[in-house]
Design a binder for this molecule. Structure first.
Ligand code: SF4
Ligand code: FE2
Length: 633
């Protein structure tokens, strides 16, 4: 097969897909083929199913075919409503995740499964939120901070707390646009209300409502998810790990941890190291228990424990095809229902744990945070006891695995930057060195490459091509989500990759001792990017939109990505998409997203399905911003 025709950039994926064909196992690529051409109306966002007078499919072409739905909704209205609902759904996913972490923090105790791992961060947040700390037990403080966090979801008055972290000019823009987010649940409910039959029928107004909701994610739920996770599970520090399906071990119990919420995965890490469970593994003849992470759960546990990365979201079926996974343990989000039929072809147990994401045919063992360790042990025990059921003739572990450094929190990035600070002149513990090299042009800019995989693209090709081209042009890359795992697999999260960087970036990497592509965590951790960008903007006395910084989602697919994209643009950072969003049925709405929104926020969306052209667009935009910044400073 010629290289371009391969489904994935990673050749082992094509090997495993062939294995699936030989063993009669259906994968996402078979289903993609069976799906044939996608529905053109859906693809362009002009199908409305909001009421039972419809569904209405209006024509994306002006003056031709049905121009309005039965209620009179135009393509502009329908597209804008559909887009807003995607933002609301994405916001709900990240924010509900955060709510669960807040509950976990509320139940944290000295002798329980969940403790306070980063007291300094807790105290800083307590101070920010005006929670009294003096003379109080750290756990009392934690519980009160958790309560304040939980109130952010439904408080009846006022606005969210985290947006006050944004640079002052940014906050002013939000105030002027009237998009400062109020309570998180309220913003989601407002979108659901305003998009219902007979409500908002003005595309720009709909977008503003969606922007406010997206900000309740970026500067609300997601940011809370990151902050509270760091407090309870520990703020990540750089650590070595390995990535790709070659991390699976033939002689050990392999557990694939897939999903998003670290409260489960942290407990599973504890359970897998419990003497009773280790003894059980020995009794069944295994040499140990090998945890391997996937998707954002994979990012959470690798950055805090160095747990190896099995792969990205799209490898979930392929991992099972190796025949050596005893259990796929999942919680919420990005879990293919197809894991039921795929695991049934092997000995693998597919264990769901959350009442929010039960899957037909899976073994459901509910995970209870109150009894976290016991609960996780019951789940891990199932995996261990399954070790003897492997079908030897079906085993194939690809050899491929790559060294990677993960776990750069904002704090870790600042610590690395401290290496170049002359403590007599500069204050330590700031992003000043980063601001300096950006200002001087040693680094031309910075890019946050995030998001999922999508079978509309050749897997990982866009992620990796874009990353390589950017670093070669002295643009430092930070990455999260499945994009980060693609980078790990391609060797870009290692210091060896410095040789692929341009001279300026090489010098910075050597001085600061970092790889050219930096792992910043899971999808909720995109808020780490917001924090770094805002800190640099503050330091330079400018707004986020003045910086030569871009957000990129080359292979995005989920509603969560739409929610992220919009909060990034609303935060003043351009977003470059490698997959076209379902908005092209409305010229007007597409024009707002790719053009007019810049007048409001100083940033906009760029779309191009060719990764090389998309990167050229980024580099041009970075230079454009640089010129304007020089004039401003
Ligand atoms: Fe059709 Fe309007 Fe109902 Fe949508 S809301 S389905 S466009 S009648
Ligand atoms: Fe994710």
């Amino acid at each position: 097969m010629s290289e371009e025709k391969m489904i994935s950039l990673d050749s082992i994926d094509d090997q495993l897909i062939k294995k699936a064909e030989a063993e009669g196992v259906e994968t996402m690529w078979d289903r993609k083929k069976a799906m044939k051409t996608p529905c053109g109306f859906g693809e362009q966002g002009v199908c409305c199913r909001i009421c039972a007078m419809g569904p209405c499919r209006v024509s994306p072409v002006e003056g031709k075919g049905a121009q309005r739905g039965i209620c009179g909704a135009t393509a502009d209205t329908i597209v804008a409503r559909n887009f807003a609902r995607m933002v609301a759904a994405g916001t709900s996913a990240h924010s509900d995740h955060a709510r669960d972490i807040a509950h976990v923090m509320h139940m944290a105790s000295r002798d329980g499964a969940y403790n306070i791992k980063d007291e300094k961060k807790l105290l800083a947040l307590a101070e920010e939120w005006e929670v009294k700390t003096e003379g109080r037990d750290i756990y009392d403080i934690a519980h009160e901070v958790a309560e304040v966090a939980l109130n952010e979801f439904g408080k009846p008055f006022g606005t969210l707390r985290f947006p006050k972290r944004a640079p002052a000019p940014r906050q002013k823009i939000w105030e002027e646009l009237d998009i400062v987010p109020r309570a998180i649940d309220r913003e989601i409910a407002t979108v659901m209300h305003s998009t219902s039959i007979g409500c908002t029928a003005d595309a720009e107004s709909m977008l503003r409502i969606a922007m406010r909701t997206s900000l309740s994610n970026g500067w609300g739920g997601s940011m809370m998810g990151t902050e509270l996770s760091d407090i309870v599970f520990g703020t990540p520090t750089p650590r070595m790990t390995e990535a790709n399906l070659g991390v699976l071990e033939e002689n050990q119990v392999n557990i694939l941890l897939h999903g998003h919420d670290p409260s489960l995965s942290e407990a599973v890490v504890l359970a897998a190291n419990d003497p009773e469970i280790i003894k059980l593994a020995e009794e069944v003849g295994a040499e140990g228990i090998n945890l391997a992470g996937m998707c954002c759960t994979g990012n959470e546990v690798t950055m805090r424990h160095g747990v190896k990365i099995a792969g990205t979201f799209y490898q979930q079926e392929l991992a099972v095809l190796t025949g050596v996974i005893e259990a796929v343990i999942v919680d919420v989000q990005c879990i293919f229902p197809s894991l039921t039929p795929v695991t049934s072809c092997y000995h693998t147990k597919f264990i769901t744990t959350s009442p929010k994401a039960k899957v037909e045919g899976a073994t459901h063992i509910e995970f209870h945070e109150v009894t976290a360790l016991e609960s996780a042990k019951a789940i891990v025990r199932e995996a261990v006891l399954n070790y003897g059921n492997r079908k030897k003739e079906k085993i194939f572990i690809p050899e491929s695995k790559t060294q990677a450094i993960t776990g750069y929190s904002v704090e870790a990035v600042v610590k690395q930057l401290d290496r170049v600070v002359n403590s007599h002149i500069d204050p330590q513990g700031t992003v000043k060195p980063l601001a300096d090299v950006l200002k001087a042009g040693v680094l031309r800019g910075a890019a946050g490459i995030v998001g999922c995989n999508n079978p509309k693209t050749r897997h990982e090709y866009s992620h990796i091509e874009i990353m390589k081209k950017l670093i070669a042009n002295d643009v430092i890359v930070v990455t999260t989500g499945c994009a980060a795992q693609a980078a790990a697999k391609a060797g870009l999260l290692s210091k060896d990759a410095v040789k692929l960087a341009g001279k300026g970036l090489q010098a910075v990497c050597e001085l600061v001792d970092i790889p050219p592509v930096i792992h910043l965590g899971s999808c909720v951790d995109n808020t780490r990017i917001l924090k770094i960008v805002s800190a640099v903007a503050d330091l330079m006395g400018v707004d986020n939109c003045d910086l030569p910084v871009v957000g990129v989602a080359p292979e995005w697919m989920s509603e969560k990505a739409v929610g992220i994209g919009l909060y990034v643009v609303s935060s003043g950072i351009d977003v470059f998409l490698g997959v076209t969003p379902p908005v092209t049925g409305s010229k007007h709405f597409t024009d707002i997203l790719t053009n007019k929104i810049e007048d409001m926020t100083g940033a906009k969306f760029f779309v191009n399905t060719n990764p090389h052209e998309l990167t050229d667009m980024m580099l041009a935009r970075i230079e454009e911003k640089r010129t304007k910044l020089e004039q401003k400073l």
